[in-house]
Design a protein around this ligand. Structure first.
Ligand SMILES: Cc1cc2nc3c(=O)[nH]c(=O)nc-3n(C[C@H](O)[C@H](O)[C@H](O)COP(=O)(O)OP(=O)(O)OC[C@H]3O[C@@H](n4cnc5c(N)ncnc54)[C@H](O)[C@@H]3O)c2cc1C
Ligand code: FES
Length: 311
């Protein structure tokens, strides 16, 4: 039975068990969210360098060099010495500068980090509250902007939703480093962009559209945004303002209930189109099918599912 050594205790693990499951079963309150290696909620640091390849394959070079690994992706093959991510020691503090409630149960959260944050337009980071609760959110602002903005959907029974809605301007949060494959790629500079979002899946995609325009992408660009219950987008005014200054941009707002019909009308302006899709897993699956039928190859579609935490 391999031993898992933590700073204050040692656990006996079953060989082949998942590290996140093992820690949770033993009462270690390690945060987790997606269990798919995307969100980085379950970061732990190896103190003895024994890291199965799959457990850090999705991390940056800097994170790998510092011994970080994802517990949800780690199979226990041998003894390990680890310590969990500690937001007060390993994270960066940020102050809430504004909280604005918009239609569709969306909260726009703006933070001023204690020092500039490195990220690419469209990536996400973990927001940690003082009580240790954390969730992943996509950064809606651009690297060139001094504040970090987030579009937070307030779930009726969501733990983080309730806690962030009760926060005040001036409260402090902790941030873990930005990460994720959803970001603007300079290789797309000469490609038409098709950005398809449902709900707050718009957050990273409007950032990617703005970054593309900022970097001088002059190709046709379409943003489709579907909202639940109506065709009114919580970000409609901002999208229309963006369109006014960008002749190559088309904006389509739709009701999620009409997704299938809207997708049937979707036309690609070119076979070289790069598509980006963001929202729930069900939304992504439906959109991907349509994009394949329209002739796009898998490498021309980048998606990010806003996976919810499930027991
Ligand atoms: C990479 C990434 C980026 C993301 N970016 C964003 C973003 O920019 N904006 C955004 O709004 N979201 C984003 N999300 C999703 C967000 O992190 C989750 O929706 C988060 O779980 C919400 O936290 P919560 O504590 O409010 O809800 P949770 O408490 O985690 O609950 C989430 C949902 O599950 C339901 N639920 C909870 N427990 C149960 C249960 N036992 N049985 C059934 N249902 C249950 C809740 O009612 C709620 O609807 C992102 C997710 C990922 C992985
Ligand atoms: S990366 Fe492990 S829970 Fe999301």
């Amino acid at each position: 039975m391999p031993e898992i050594q933590l700073p204050d205790r040692t656990l006996q693990a079953d060989e082949g068990a998942n590290l996140l499951d093992c820690l949770l079963e033993n009462g270690i309150a390690l945060p987790w969210s997606c269990r798919a290696g995307h969100c980085q909620s379950c970061l732990v640091q190896s103190l003895d360098g024994r890291i199965p390849e799959a457990a850090h394959a999705q991390l940056s070079v800097e994170q790998r060099q510092s011994g970080w690994l994802l517990a949800c992706q780690c199979r226990i093959d041998s003894a390990m010495q680890i310590k969990p991510y500690d937001p007060s020691r390993d994270g960066m503090t940020a102050r809430i500068v504004s909280l604005s409630h918009l239609s569709g149960d969306v909260l726009i959260l703006r933070l001023k980090p204690e020092r500039p944050v490195r990220f690419k337009a469209g990536q996400h980071m973990l927001l940690w509250l003082a009580n240790g609760l954390c969730r992943p959110y996509s950064i809606a602002s651009l690297p060139s902007e001094s504040e970090l903005a987030f579009h937070v959907r307030l779930h009726p029974a969501g733990q983080f939703s309730a806690a962030i809605a009760a926060c005040q301007v001036g409260d402090r949060l902790s941030l873990s480093p930005a990460s994720g494959h959803m970001h603007y790629d300079p290789d797309w500079q000469d490609k038409p962009l098709l950005l398809l979002a449902s709900g707050t899946g718009l957050a990273p995609l409007q950032a990617i559209a703005r970054q593309a325009l900022l970097e001088g992408n002059g190709q046709p660009m379409q943003i489709w945004h579907w909202s639940h219950g109506s065709a009114e987008s919580y970000w409609g005014d901002h999208l229309q303002a963006l369109k006014l200054g960008s002749p190559q941009l088309d904006v389509h707002l739709g009701d999620r209930a009409n997704l299938a019909a809207d997708l049937a009308h979707l036309r690609l302006v070119s076979r070289r189109t790069q598509a980006l899709v963001c929202g729930s897993s069900a939304f992504i699956e439906q959109v991907r099918k349509r994009l394949f039928m329209a002739g796009l190859a898998a490498r021309q579609i980048v998606d990010e599912a806003f996976l919810n935490r499930r027991p």
